[in-house]
Ligand binder design. Structure first.
Ligand SMILES: Cc1ncc(COP(=O)(O)O)c(C=O)c1O
Length: 404
């Protein structure tokens, strides 16, 4: 990690019209604020250049189709995919995981087959597997965590058997910020004959991702956590896997030929993109990737790592703060204040114009493991700086005064 970068904060707050002076937005893990180039791209997409894609014979639609498919290529390059056709646009990471569970899982899971998840997964990477396990008779196993809140890969190695068909893990935990050793996870999954799906929601905004180097089989993320619009997400899958997968939703755009005698389907990615896509969302996602690449994902990661270090140091100097997750967590710090419910922390911080998340973070099994029903969570983005940590600490001191 480049210390020169990490000690000289990036300060891109001026690019974000939704962040007024004096407001500390510390909830990027839930959703990132949008920089001006993304907002302008969306506005232009709905004004000067708007048209549908793939179907129009007129010039506007052909141009929009070219832009839409160029964006797919940009997403592919951003995560090191071999080809644009390996990128499926979805509504978000949740839909991407449901797609894989329903399509790949429905076609490949048999009674007694096993799916391996971990204790720290987001509900989006648990419930779709529970639904398909119920339909197919597959069984879910859960890899435990190490003491500092990482997925325990040694324990995972001991759990894996020849009956495991897929392992699905968060690349970065949305609660603890812990980073998975994804290459090792891929080696372990593959040596048991299983595939690896990585939930990259919290990884793509803060670290370079190269799916080929990671060795995974599926990778998913959401546009809105990457400074892009809501309603657009990505599923990357190795082309031979996508080609063998059946459709999961039917409709326009995903077919080859339709008749009442029988319908044939388009090749991927169109096979998995039924209906009119989120055309402008795709353009917004491309603008978000351009924005992030303009700053440099590594620089963003280093910047957030420095903020995490400072936050953990500052919070551990306050009495009665419990910090969760490892010291080198990526961009996310979860904590608790003895005797104060996280919702009260969040509400009182809000009065001091500090926005954090309080709750179970869609990770109830992890909350049960931590022995709490909720945590307070501060998470960072390119617009945060030391002033936000100072505001957080001042706000927490006020919380403690109020609660005596
Ligand atoms: C790790 C992780 N996985 C999945 C999701 C679900 O993302 P979305 O709601 O955008 O589909 C989130 C969102 O909080 C997340 O942090």
């Amino acid at each position: 990690m480049d210390m020169a970068v990490s000690t000289r904060p990036l300060d891109h707050v001026a690019d974000f019209p939704a962040i007024p002076e004096g407001w500390s937005y510390l909830d990027t893990a839930a959703t990132a604020q949008k920089p001006r180039p993304v907002i302008e791209t969306i506005a232009r997409g709905y004004s000067e250049t708007y048209a549908t894609v793939h179907r129009g014979v007129y010039q506007r639609s052909s141009e929009m189709t070219l832009a839409f498919e160029a964006a797919r290529g940009r997403v592919a390059r951003f995560i090191g995919a071999r080809a644009a056709d390996e990128i499926v646009f979805t509504r978000g990471a949740t839909e991407s995981i449901n797609l894989v569970a329903r399509s790949w899982g429905g076609a490949n899971l048999r009674p007694g087959d096993r799916i391996l998840l971990s204790t720290l997964e987001h509900h989006s990477n648990i419930v779709p597997w529970q639904l398909i396990a119920e339909l197919t008779g597959a069984v879910i196993d859960v890899a435990p965590l190490t003491g500092d809140g990482r997925i325990d890969l040694d324990a995972m190695a001991a759990i894996l058997t020849g009956r495991h068909r897929i392992v699905a893990l968060a690349h970065v935990s949305n609660v603890l910020g812990s980073v998975l050793d994804a290459r090792r996870a891929a080696e372990l999954a593959h040596s048991a004959g299983a595939l690896l799906l990585l939930d990259g929601c919290q990884a793509v905004p803060r670290m370079p991702v190269d799916v080929a180097a990671l060795g995974c089989d599926f990778y998913v993320f959401s546009g809105h956590k990457l400074y892009g619009p809501t309603g657009i997400g990505v599923l990357w899958g190795r082309s031979e896997l996508l080609e063998a997968m059946p459709p999961w939703q039917g409709g326009g755009a995903m077919i080859d030929m339709v008749s009442f005698e029988g319908t044939t389907y388009a090749p991927p990615p169109a096979r998995f993109e039924a209906g009119t896509p989120h055309v402008v969302g795709v353009l917004g996602l491309e603008a978000a990737i351009a924005y992030v690449e303009g700053i440099g994902v590594e620089a963003i990661g280093a910047h957030e790592a420095a903020l995490v270090r400072e936050t953990r140091e500052a919070l551990s100097s306050l009495n009665s703060v419990r910090l969760f997750g490892p010291d080198d967590s990526a961009g996310i710090v979860s904590f608790a204040l003895e005797g104060v419910h996280p919702h009260d922390i969040g509400t009182i911080l809000d009065e001091s114009r500090v926005a954090i998340r309080a709750g179970h973070h869609c990770a109830q099994p992890l909350m049960a493991h931590l022995g709490v029903d909720a945590t307070a969570r501060a998470s960072f983005g390119v617009y945060n700086g030391p002033r936000d940590i100072e505001a957080l600490v001042r706000g927490l001191e006020r919380v403690r005064r109020i609660f005596g």
